[in-house]
Ligand binder design. Structure first.
Ligand code: 5GP
Ligand code: ZN
Length: 130
């Protein structure tokens, strides 16, 4: 009986995590987004506030706060996210170049605490970034 109670408590906590994360909700289809590619592990969707003619975000379906946390927990999934970002750049025809960025932590300007790769292209990008 006690064991069952613990199991339920864990389930409730996990449910709350998903509900409270914007990108978990997008991955689950609970919040609409323009999906450009997806499989059982990753989702690629258009950024709602694009900073370049092509601006999409590649995320793992599983929740990790940032890229460092993802690499530690599941290195293969980190590669899957990078591969999906690269494939999205190819599909968008960004043959003249593009940028893949993982903002990580407060100093980077990261605002959504679910790891995401920005894929930016379709214009001349400046360097260094701001
Ligand atoms: P960050 O600043 O964390 O690196 O990037 C977060 C990105 O998520 C921003 O570029 C922002 O425009 C995008 N974003 C925030 N909320 C939403 C949303 O509800 N839908 C979509 N598609 N993108 C979002
Ligand atoms: Zn999440």
């Amino acid at each position: 009986m006690g064991g069952l109670w613990v199991q339920l408590a864990v389930g409730q906590w996990e449910t709350e995590l998903v509900t409270n994360c914007l990108f978990c909700a997008i991955a689950a289809g609970e919040i609409p987004a323009t999906i450009v590619a997806e499989n059982d592990r990753v989702v690629v969707f258009a950024d709602v506030n694009p900073q370049a003619p092509t601006h999409v975000l590649a995320i793992p379906r599983d929740h990790y706060t940032d890229f460092a946390e993802l690499v530690d927990a599941d290195p293969q999934l980190a590669v899957d996210v990078m591969a999906a970002a690269t494939q999205a750049a190819r599909q968008a025809g960004l043959d003249d170049g593009y940028r893949i960025v993982f903002n990580t932590g407060p100093n980077s300007g990261q605002t959504v605490p679910h790891v995401h790769a920005h894929v930016l292209g379709g214009r001349q990008l400046t360097w260094p970034p701001g």
